[in-house]
Design a protein around this ligand. Structure first.
Ligand code: GLC
Ligand code: CA
Length: 562
């Protein structure tokens, strides 16, 4: 089918692969690169053509690889560089591009740079990090994002100074104002590109550029204000621009997608505009930061705020922003947010229907879709009961801080974490009904969801009506009519309908109506009588189609007469 001769990443269907939880090949209970290589035919069968893999570089794993101690080495739990090269070879044969995670705001405190930097104030690596000498008094207040009340400045006795860490204590922030540091990163990027990597997901990139005059923060923030004190300084454009000049000149097809939740919405286009040579695309979190959370305190989950009109507006506003000069991304789950079907769908009576509905939504956006591993079989939140089951340092830190001051608050926090914790999406992949869901022969690093006996890839592949096979067909459909489903116009209809997300994807000669019922009830869809329906192309209810009512979580793609 025809498509414009566009960048590969616009047409890509990305599979986000959390390697720690994907497949363990050596029985240590941790997923690894050989495990990925073993499962490439599974990914080929699903039909995806790119992978975003969470960090695999050397790391003490305080934040599961987001604390890197050597950017050019492979984490020992993941295997060896030879395993990496073998994986790359197999991916290339399968025509699957690899997008790596590039953690550039901070390193591990076990990185050689940091070890050197903290050894003396005159060390040549000192300026790779942000320091505050103790004789200047207490550093300006900055919170660590991983502990509710804690200080992002950590005192270090050796040089009588504080270092900055926006995330965990073992994740000191790097100083991008230092050109030497920037050169190191361009070199790291080229190292991986030369190994055949196709792009990078820039982890927490807005934090790279800080206002190092360290202005005094207000005691509370109004929307969007927060980032002024933490990042998104105007230097950010300069760094990304330079990165393009230094790295992309030799690798023009390299995809750079920025994790940009905290950039002001009105600013985003200046990072992704096609003429600016900064990012290829941006990845926001508006929908996952709001849906189901408490309106006044979004760290709390109370199941409220599932307002479909707001959700539709988020999709629509990002589509509109990107349609002429940028390119959008779409997802429902990632390693920082809980499972799509548990949050946006219904993981009880309508697990299969709602998971398929969400896939229909994802794969019909004008955006690069990201399918998170396990969502293709409708994996659900594990909802741990006890703090002892958790692995994530963010959950553990917040809990301990709250516990120290107020036990009731700590308990309420754990209740919310059942729905929101990052560990919900990090539980191991459920491959089959055998020991440990076929993920490992050893003891899994994180508990496996008990429902693996009924939710697993083996069962899904065999079942013609499974979420897996539905996803596979949607992928084929998207690839076969790229002009409509990738590039075609996106027009939301029924903006004020609180039950149905409805839109039309179209070209000059084709029109597809997408109908998504986000409710567990039958809902009215008589509004479709104003269209001339040609043919139902996709239906998650097999043959059930009533032009007046949609079944619970029903999703349809209908070709319209032109
Ligand atoms: C990003 C990652 C998250 C990580 C954090 C610190 O938000 O997605 O998993 O903990 O950055 O690197
Ligand atoms: Ca392993």
């Amino acid at each position: 089918m025809t498509s414009k001769n566009e960048a590969w990443w616009k047409e890509a269907i990305v599979y986000q692969l959390y390697p720690r939880s994907f497949k363990d090949s050596n029985g240590d209970g941790i997923g690894d690169l050989k495990g990925v290589t073993e499962k490439i035919s599974y990914l080929q069968n699903l039909g995806i053509n790119a992978i975003w893999m969470n960090p695999i570089c050397e790391s003490p794993n305080d934040d599961n690889g987001y604390d890197i101690s050597n950017y050019k080495g492979i984490m020992k739990e993941m295997g060896t560089m030879q395993d990496f090269d073998e994986m790359m070879l197999a991916l290339r044969k399968a025509n699957i591009n690899l997008v790596m995670d590039l953690v550039l705001n901070h390193s591990s405190d076990e990185h050689e740079w940091f070890k050197q930097a903290k050894s003396s104030r005159t060390n040549k690596y000192r300026n790779y990090y942000h320091w505050w000498p103790a004789e200047k008094g207490t550093p300006p207040k900055r919170f660590s994002l991983f502990d509710e009340n804690s200080n992002a400045w950590q005192f270090d006795i050796t040089t009588n100074s504080y270092y900055l860490h926006y995330f965990g204590k073992k994740q000191p922030d790097l100083n991008w104002e230092n050109p030497e540091l920037r050169k190191e990163f361009y070199d790291i990027m080229k190292f991986w590109l030369n190994k055949g990597v196709a792009g990078f997901r820039l982890d927490a990139y807005p934090f790279m550029a800080k206002d190092t005059s360290w202005p005094v923060m207000p005691t509370s923030f109004t929307n969007g204000d927060f980032i002024k004190y933490y990042g998104s300084n105007s230097n950010l454009h300069q760094y990304l621009n330079e990165m393009n000049k230094e790295v992309l000149k030799d690798f023009p097809n390299c995809y750079l997608v920025g994790e940009g939740g905290v950039v002001d919405f009105n600013e985003i286009i200046n990072f992704v505009h096609k003429d600016r040579n900064e990012l290829s695309s941006s990845y926001h979190s508006d929908h996952v930061d709001s849906w189901g959370r408490n309106k006044d305190d979004n760290s709390k989950y109370d199941g409220s705020n599932k307002d479909l009109i707001s959700l539709k507006n988020i999709f629509n506003k990002w589509d509109t922003l990107m349609k002429n000069d940028g390119w959008n991304t779409a997802y429902f789950t990632n390693h920082d947010h809980s499972r799509a079907v548990s949050r946006f769908g219904n993981d009880e009576t309508y697990r299969v229907e709602s998971a398929k509905m969400l896939m229909t939504c994802l794969l019909t956006q004008r955006a690069t879709p990201y399918i998170y591993n396990g969502d293709e079989i409708g994996m659900t939140n594990i909802r741990f009961n006890s703090i002892n089951d958790y692995n994530d340092l963010a959950t553990k830190n917040w809990y301990n801080q709250l516990l120290a001051v107020d036990k009731t608050k700590a308990e309420a926090y754990i209740q919310s974490q059942k729905e929101l914790s990052r560990d919900n999406s990090r539980t191991p992949m459920q491959w089959n009904t055998q020991l440990n869901a076929g993920f490992t022969n050893g003891k899994p690093w994180l508990k496996i969801n008990n429902n693996y006996t009924s939710i697993n890839t083996e069962g899904d592949i065999k079942n013609n009506h499974s979420i897996f096979n539905f996803t596979r067909e949607l992928i084929q459909l998207r690839n076969s009519i790229k002009d409509v489903l990738v590039y075609g116009d996106f027009q939301m209809i029924e903006e004020n309908n609180k039950d149905v997300f409805a839109y039309i994807r179209s070209t000059n000669s084709k029109k597809m109506l997408v109908l998504l019922n986000f409710k567990k009830e039958l809902v009215d869809c008589s509004f479709i009588k104003k269209f001339k329906l040609n043919k139902v192309i996709v239906n998650n209810y097999n043959n059930t189609f009533d032009s007046k009512k949609l079944q619970p979580y029903q999703s349809l793609i209908i070709e319209l007469a032109y």
